[in-house]
Design a protein around this ligand. Structure first.
Ligand SMILES: [Zn+2]
Ligand SMILES: [Zn+2]
Length: 369
């Protein structure tokens, strides 16, 4: 039996999110139907809306879902109906990286997360006229009141209320990516210097993780004054306003030989250039931004020096089953105050949430269903 629900559909490249009646497939043996409680809005959703990810239109996006399991397929063993879950990215479970517990480096990552279809090419969502809609975005397409996902995407969490669960929605992507690249990849030691360029959800999560690692000093660079203020509250020792200050000179004043660890989240080549130039002799830079240069604004950043390293991070090389519970524990202990980033919106105000995310007015809009 098809399952009715309402989902925010983007009909064309750059178009608005509009809620429509849709039908989902009944869960296959390895699939899970989740009643969505909340979903964070991430810049990757906006990039996909703008056609930069390659997901075909019309599409249901959304990939920071949190909800309650409603129905499980016959072979699902990891979760059961009634359990509260956070939804994360998709992985195959069979390639060598998945078998080694590194699903963020899954061989099939792109097709499972961005293609809008299941691996066999089928789509799981149809509109009111019966036309197929791209679904399975990050294996979930969770800008919807119900989502069909795979058991590998789900992390059971012990939230006792829907309000508590809603705060955990961004752990599925942005929070995990930012914290993961610091704790799983860069691994600063106490007293190592750390800088983050671009302090949205990913950048602030990286900053909070650097603080857990006791990196020092911690420096945050951005162009929005309210975000720089938030960065100071969350543990930045220094902030640099890239609109009004000479970023390179300020960094050398703070760390004369350059910094040990850097995270870049904007995807702008001009900022990547600053990030590489900020590195010390053995500095390491993790890039997490989707390339966002406007036409004609692309520059070629310098090559890293012999002891330096620059790499592109996917989901912070996290294994959601282990990493998300460890971050939730840190959150509950007050060491990782993600609630400071979140602003809730009713689902009907999804386009306002996108607007406020793009303007920098809100760090992490979270939709409530
Ligand atoms: Zn895999
Ligand atoms: Zn995301």
């Amino acid at each position: 039996m098809p399952i009715p629900t309402r989902a925010a559909i983007v009909r064309e490249r750059g178009g608005p999110f509009i809620f429509e009646e849709v039908e989902l497939d009944d869960p296959r043996p390895d699939e899970v139907l989740v009643r969505m409680v909340a979903c964070g809005i991430c810049h990757t959703d906006i990039a996909a809306r703008d056609g930069l990810i390659g997901t075909e239109f019309p599409a249901v996006l959304g990939h920071e879902g949190a909800g309650v399991v409603e129905k499980v397929g016959a072979n699902v063993g990891r979760v059961r109906a009634g359990e509260r879950v956070v939804l994360s990215f998709s992985s195959c479970g069979q390639c060598s990286n998945c078998r080694r517990g590194r699903p963020a480096r899954c061989d099939s990552f792109d097709e499972l997360n961005f293609e809008g279809k299941r691996p066999d090419g089928s789509t799981s969502i149809r509109d009111a006229k019966g036309k197929p809609i791209s679904g399975s975005f990050f294996g979930q397409s969770s800008f919807a009141f119900r989502a069909l996902t795979h058991e590998r995407n789900l992390v059971a969490v012990d939230a006792s209320t829907d309000d508590e669960l809603a705060l955990l929605a961004p752990f599925g992507c942005g929070v995990q990516a930012g914290a993961g690249t610091v704790l799983n990849e860069l691994k600063p030691r106490p007293g190592d210097s750390f800088i983050v360029f671009g302090i949205g959800t990913v950048g602030l999560s990286a900053l909070m993780a650097a603080r857990i690692s006791e990196a020092a000093p911690i420096v945050a660079v951005d162009t929005v004054a309210s975000r720089l203020e938030l960065a100071r509250k969350l543990g930045a020792d220094f902030t640099v306003d890239a609109r009004t200050e000479d970023v390179g000179r300020r960094i050398r004043e703070i760390a004369a030989r350059g910094v040990d660890y850097a995270v870049e989240t904007t995807g702008l080549s001009k900022v990547i250039d600053q990030a590489i130039r900020s590195l010390g002799p053995n500095g390491k830079l993790s890039k997490l931004g989707i390339p966002m240069d406007a036409p004609g604004e692309q520059i070629s950043p310098p090559k890293p020096g012999p002891g330096q390293m620059v790499f592109y991070s996917i989901a912070g090389d996290s294994n959601p089953q282990k990493f998300i519970p460890s971050l939730i524990k840190a959150f509950r202990e007050g060491k990782f105050p993600v609630d400071a980033l979140v602003q809730e919106y009713p689902a009907s105000e999804i386009n306002e949430g996108v607007r406020d995310s793009l303007s920098g007015f809100v760090v992490k809009p979270v939709l409530r269903f």
